[in-house]
Design a binder for this molecule. Structure first.
Ligand SMILES: [Zn+2]
Length: 495
C-alpha cells in the first residue's frame, strides 16, 4: 500500500530495491529535473536503488514532490521500495477555512494549521476574520474595531470574556509563512450581515446601532450594515484598502451570507436606496452594494468571493466567485448559475463543514458527495473545493484538532483527486504520529459514533439551536422597533 494522503493519481510499484538517502538537514536526497511537460503543481518521482529523481515544472510542483518523498521516507523508515509516481491536482483551489471570529486563534496556531495544510497539499487558507461575535483584524483608520469589536463580554459555551485580534504585522507574518508553503491566503470581511461587532464599535454603521454590543450568543443577527448609508460603503472601502497590501493573493471574500432584511425594511436610508435603484427585492439591493465593493476590489486586481445567496438575482456581477454552502439554494439553481458562467467553490455544509459532528459529516458521506451537481454542463467553472471549520462550538486548539482530523485528510484527497479513494480510512493511521509530531493535540483519530452514542452526538449538535439567538433577537427587536418608531415620528414632525 502506498500510504500517502492525498493519494498520488498514478502509482507504479516495481520489483527491486528502493532506498532513500538523506541530506544533512534530514530531508530525502533527490535529483531535480525541470520538466515543462508536467502540469502546474504536478510532479513525478522515481526511486530505484538509492537514486531518486523528482520532476516538476513549477516550484509548487517541486514542493509537493518533496512533501510526498519526505512523508514516504518518514513512514517507511527510508525504504519505500522501488516506485514511480506521477501526480497533479484535479482542482487548483483546495481550501481550508478557519473561523477566527467566533473564537480567536493566535498566530502560532494559525501557522500550525498552515503546516497541516502543506502536509496535505491544500493551497488556500481562508481566514474568516470578522463576524457578529468579534472583529479580529487591526484597521488603523478605525481603532475601535479592535478596541471594542474584538471583545466579547461572555462566550456561549464557557461563559467567559473572550478577546483577541491580529495586528497587521502578524497578518503579514501569516501570509509570508503560507506563501513559503505555496498556500494563498483569502481574508474574509463579512458584509452586510454578520456585521454586529463592527456596529458595536461604530453604531452609525447600522440602521439602528444604539446600545448594541458584540454578540455573545450565536446565530443570525438582525442588526446588519445600513447599506443605505454611504458612510458604510466608504467604511468597507477603507477597510479593504488597508488589507489589500497585506493579502497579496488574488482572492478577497466579502461574506454576503445570511442577511435578514428586517432592519432595512424600516430604515429610511435603506428604503430610499431601494427606491432609487428601482429594485423589486432586497436581494437586488444587496447585490448592487456587493457589486460596488467587487468593482472596487477588481480595480485593485482582486477577485471577489461571496457565499452563495438563496436567490440568484441576475444582478450580481458574474465575475464574483460563489462559495457554495447551500443556504437554501437548490442544486438546480446552482447548476443553472454555473452553466451561465458563474465560477463556484464547492463547500456544502453537509458534508464538508468540519465543525459538524462526526455523526452527521463523516468520511463516508464526504466520499459519496458529488462535486459536480446534476445538470452542470460547464464543470470547468467549478474551480475548487473548501472545508470550513466554524468555531461556534470550537473554543480551543484541542477541540479544533479533534474536528479536523481525520476529516481534513479526506477533504484534501477529494480536493486533489476529485474524490477520495476507497482505502483512505486505512491510510489515516500512519498520519497520527506525523500530525502529533507536528504539534496536533490529538491522542487518536475521532471515529463516527455508533448506536446510542450517535443519537447523543446529534442531540449535542442540535441543542445548539436553543442557543441560536431567537430569544436575544426577539428582545433586541422590541427595543429597536421602539427606537425606530420614535425616530420616524421625529422625522415626520420635522417635516
Ligand atoms: Zn439602513
Amino acid at each position: 500500500m502506498f500510504p500517502i494522503i492525498p493519494k498520488p493519481r498514478n502509482i507504479e510499484l516495481k520489483d527491486g530495491e528502493g532506498r532513500l538517502t538523506r541530506d544533512d538537514s534530514g530531508g530525502a536526497n533527490y535529483e531535480y529535473v525541470y520538466d515543462p511537460d508536467i502540469p502546474y503543481e504536478g510532479y513525478s518521482l522515481k526511486t530505484e536503488g538509492t537514486h531518486t529523481v523528482l520532476r516538476a515544472s513549477s516550484e509548487a510542483g517541486a514542493f509537493y514532490g518533496e512533501t510526498t518523498l519526505n512523508v514516504l521516507d518518514d513512514m517507511t523508515g527510508g525504504a519505500p521500495g522501488a516506485f514511480f509516481v506521477s501526480d497533479s491536482p484535479a482542482y487548483g483551489y483546495r481550501a481550508y477555512m478557519l473561523d477566527v471570529a467566533r473564537y480567536f486563534f493566535d498566530t502560532d496556531v494559525v501557522m500550525k494549521h498552515i503546516d497541516y495544510m502543506a502536509l496535505l497539499k491544500l493551497n488556500v487558507l481562508h481566514l474568516h476574520l470578522t463576524d457578529d461575535q468579534g472583529w479580529r483584524v487591526e484597521i488603523k483608520k478605525y481603532p475601535r474595531l479592535t478596541e471594542v469589536g474584538s471583545h466579547r463580554r461572555r462566550t456561549h459555551i464557557r461563559f467567559k470574556a473572550h478577546c483577541g485580534y491580529y495586528t497587521q504585522e502578524e497578518l503579514k507574518k501569516i501570509v509570508a509563512y503560507a506563501h513559503a508553503r505555496h498556500i494563498k491566503v483569502v481574508p474574509e470581511i463579512d458584509f452586510p450581515g454578520h456585521f454586529q461587532a463592527a456596529i458595536a464599535a461604530y453604531p452609525e454603521l447600522g440602521c439602528c446601532g444604539e446600545g448594541l454590543r458584540v454578540a455573545e450568543n450565536f446565530g443570525v443577527k438582525f442588526d446588519v450594515a445600513c447599506i443605505g448609508n454611504p458612510v458604510v460603503i466608504e467604511f468597507m472601502k477603507d477597510v479593504l484598502s488597508e488589507l489589500i497590501p497585506i493579502f497579496t493573493d488574488e482572492y478577497f471574500h466579502i461574506g454576503g451570507d445570511e442577511v435578514p432584511f428586517r432592519r432595512w425594511e424600516k430604515c429610511p436610508k435603506c428604503l430610499a436606496l431601494k427606491k432609487s435603484l428601482g429594485a423589486d427585492s432586497w436581494h437586488r439591493v444587496q447585490a448592487h452594494v456587493v457589486n460596488e465593493l467587487a468593482d472596487f476590489l477588481a480595480e485593485h486586481g482582486k477577485t471577489t468571493i461571496t457565499w452563495n445567496e438563496s436567490e440568484p438575482t441576475g444582478v450580481q456581477n458574474k465575475n464574483i466567485v460563489w462559495q457554495y454552502w447551500q443556504g437554501g439554494l437548490s442544486e438546480e439553481k446552482l447548476a443553472h448559475e454555473i452553466n451561465e458562467g458563474r465560477r463556484v467553490i464547492m463547500s456544502p455544509g453537509e458534508p464538508f463543514y468540519l465543525d459538524l459532528p462526526y455523526s452527521i459529516n463523516n468520511v463516508a458521506r464526504m466520499r459519496a458527495y458529488k462535486l459536480v451537481p446534476d445538470g452542470v454542463t460547464a464543470a470547468e467553472n467549478i474551480i475548487g473545493v473548501e472545508f470550513p471549520l466554524w468555531t461556534e462550538l470550537v473554543p480551543d486548539e484541542k477541540q479544533a484538532d479533534k474536528m479536523l482530523f481525520p476529516r481534513l485528510m479526506a477533504g484534501a484527497e477529494i480536493a486533489w483527486r476529485g474524490s477520495a479513494d476507497t482505502d483512505i480510512e486505512e491510510r489515516f493511521g500512519r498520519y497520527l504520529a506525523v500530525l502529533k509530531r507536528m504539534g496536533a493535540k490529538i491522542s487518536e483519530f475521532k471515529k463516527e459514533p455508533r448506536g446510542f452514542m450517535k443519537i447523543l452526538d446529534r442531540i449535542w449538535w442540535f441543542r445548539r439551536q436553543l442557543y441560536w439567538g431567537a430569544v436575544p433577537n426577539l428582545i433586541r427587536n422590541i427595543k429597536v422597533d421602539k427606537i425606530l418608531k420614535k425616530r420616524n415620528g421625529q422625522l415626520k414632525s420635522d417635516d
